[in-house]
Design a protein around this ligand. Structure first.
Ligand code: FES
Length: 260
């Protein structure tokens, strides 16, 4: 993990409400693995002490660059869209544990909303190309579809309103994907309710399932406990313990998670 001043290479709108920023940070690019994140001090923000966490979407180790795809959801991300090319931007990373890559198995990526920004890095690094089950509220919230296709992945879409692909939840596509991929391993990133529903569906199948459980974060390095989540703990009277998603996660095996 390093804390370095990166230089912004490009920053532009990917599609309505979603942006892609590329910055030069050679040490982070060299060390990063899929599923990790960076903690960015956004220039222009008044509360400059508070950094914002972003999943790493892509890395070019040769060029020493890191790509982040983000949704504009508040003041921090709004300010991030305004950072000009050439600006210096302090970035801490790579942080978190990342996915445990199973190179002998075929990846089934399950994403919700901008969770597909996180698993793109995994798709890039995976020798085997598999299936992406991509869920969104509506067609406008589907991002990076062409990037996954260009990498050789079979993209299957579900939207809540039926504006593209299957009408309903992305988890409803899991059964067929598992039938089509007998040697599959599931990697997932998205909203917590989606990930919990997925975990409950996947555990009885016996297929290894890794969930990236991003929570609201503050310090990003395990010091403040702002990001805790409940994990199974048979030795605890309550049956669970708290784990910090920033330092012990954000990726957890589905069987470790305490489902409420
Ligand atoms: Fe501080 Fe995780 S954000 S412990």
């Amino acid at each position: 993990m390093t804390d370095q001043i990166s230089q912004v290479i490009s920053n532009g709108e990917l599609t309505a409400g979603y942006w892609r920023i590329v910055f030069r940070a050679p040490d982070i690019a060299a060390a990063a693995v899929p599923g990790q994140f960076v903690h960015v001090q956004i220039p222009g923000l008044k509360d400059r002490i508070l950094r914002r966490p972003f999943s790493i979407s892509s890395v070019d180790k040769t060029a020493g660059t890191v790509t982040v795809v983000f949704k504009v959801v508040g003041l921090g991300t709004e300010e991030l869209t305004k950072v000009p090319v050439g600006a210096d931007m302090p970035v801490l990373g790579p942080l978190g544990n990342g996915y445990a890559m199973r190179e002998d198995k075929t990846p089934i990526l399950v994403t919700g909303g901008y969770g597909s920004a996180s698993t793109l890095f995994l798709a890039e690094c995976s020798a085997k190309k598999g299936i992406v089950l991509m869920g969104a509220r509506t067609e406008q919230d589907l991002i990076l579809v062409e990037e996954y296709k260009a990498l050789g992945f079979d993209v299957r879409v579900a939207t809540n309103d039926g504006s593209c692909g299957h009408k309903g939840f992305v988890t409803e596509l899991l059964d067929q994907a598992l039938k089509d991929t007998p040697d599959g391993v599931i990697y997932a990133c998205g909203p917590k309710p989606m990930l919990y529903a997925l975990g409950k569906l996947a555990i009885p199948t016996g297929v290894e399932t890794q969930l990236s459980l991003d929570q609201h974060m503050c310090c990003g390095v395990g010091a403040c406990f702002a990001c805790v989540i409940k994990m199974n703990d048979p030795e605890s009277p309550d049956g669970f313990r708290y784990a910090r998603t920033c330092s012990e996660g954000p990726v957890f095996d589905a069987t470790e998670v305490y489902y409420e």
